[in-house]
Design a protein around this ligand. Structure first.
Ligand code: MG
Length: 166
């Protein structure tokens, strides 16, 4: 009798952080320049792209969200490099017997122009997940000046991840 447990799992993740003065703007591990000198506020480096991907990976295995593993009230995650946290999430996924088939994410930001940085983001994320860059999709869109992203109050990201049993 074949197992009824599926060998594929899908997860989705979402994150948003506020844009504020005096903070770095880090997306996909890349430090970018915002034309108004804004950066993302948060306890860690506030990398919304990596945070959304981590939540997608955890969600695929119903393991909760990153707040459970890296609580913002815990001082050890202050200023944390989110790519290092991503490595820990991937280790958790692998320890449970799963590997990453692919991830896909969309960043929603009015400015700066993200296109010149997309390849570097994909490479950095792929390296930490342990997959090829073509298994990591990163896209960017403006919000047509609508909503909090459009008013440059924040930058958000949506991501999905597909896992396969090892
Ligand atoms: Mg976050």
């Amino acid at each position: 009798m074949t197992s009824s447990v599926p060998s594929l799992r899908i997860g989705n993740g979402y994150d948003i952080h506020r844009l504020v003065p005096g903070r770095p703007l880090i997306l996909g591990g890349q430090q970018l320049e915002h034309p108004a000198g804004l950066g993302l506020d948060g306890h860690s480096d506030a990398d919304v792209l990596v945070h959304a991907i981590m939540d997608a990976l955890l969600g695929a295995l119903s393991l909760g969200d990153i707040g459970k593993y890296f609580p913002p009230e815990d001082p050890q995650w202050k200023g944390a490099d989110s790519l290092v946290l991503l490595e820990q999430v991937v280790a958790l996924v692998k320890a449970r017997g799963w590997c990453v088939v692919n991830v896909d994410a969309v960043l929603i930001a009015e400015r700066p122009k993200l296109k010149p940085h997309i390849e570097a983001m994909r490479s950095a994320i792929a390296l930490r997940i342990g997959v090829a860059p073509d298994q990591v999709g990163v896209k960017a869109t403006t919000n047509e000046k609508l909503g909090p992203e459009g008013r440059e109050e924040g930058i958000s990201c949506q991501a999905v991840a597909l896992l396969q049993a090892l």
